[in-house]
Design a protein around this ligand. Structure first.
Ligand SMILES: [Zn+2]
Length: 156
């Protein structure tokens, strides 16, 4: 029996088409992106997490010469949220990036490890959260659940 997995998302031509509140998240993610430490990949990523108490926490990718020791922006932000606001739910995760690692037209997308963390964050809080991806060409993709990034996930 052949089956099919479907993925639903919304796409905008530019992040400035987002709501004012979401644009603030994009701006915060872009702001923290400049703090990325990326001497190896030269690929800077910023992440902003809106929590249920309206606090926004941010993260940028931090690399290390021992490559696996570095950490992606999404996980820096989500782990900071978990460490400092353990009782708040993630409402929105916004991710931006800049660099030549991928072409400007390439859809920005979290790595596999981040997808697993994003999903478990959602499972822990028992409530889906939105994920906003702002590509380098400003095309913006909005998902309504972190689970969209990891169908048939391990541990479910
Ligand atoms: Zn990652």
């Amino acid at each position: 029996m052949k089956k099919e997995l479907k993925l639903n998302y919304n796409q905008l031509n530019h992040w400035e088409e987002l709501s004012d509140a979401d644009q603030v998240l994009v701006q915060k993610a872009k702001g923290v992106m400049s703090n990325a430490y990326t001497p190896y990949s030269k690929f800077k990523v910023g992440a902003a997490v809106l929590l249920s108490n309206n606090t926004v926490v941010t993260g940028s990718n931090q690399e290390n010469i021992a490559y696996p020791s570095g950490l992606c922006a999404e996980r820096v932000a989500l782990f900071y949220a978990g460490a400092n606001y353990p009782n708040e739910k993630v409402k929105t995760l916004c991710i931006v990036a800049k660099g030549n690692l991928v072409s400007v037209e390439t859809t920005l997308s979290p790595c596999g490890a981040c997808r697993q963390v994003m999903l478990e964050t959602e499972i822990r809080q028992d409530e889906p959260y939105r994920v906003i991806l702002v590509c380098q060409n400003d095309v913006t993709i909005i998902f309504s659940s972190a689970s969209d990034f990891l169908p048939l996930a391990f541990g479910l």
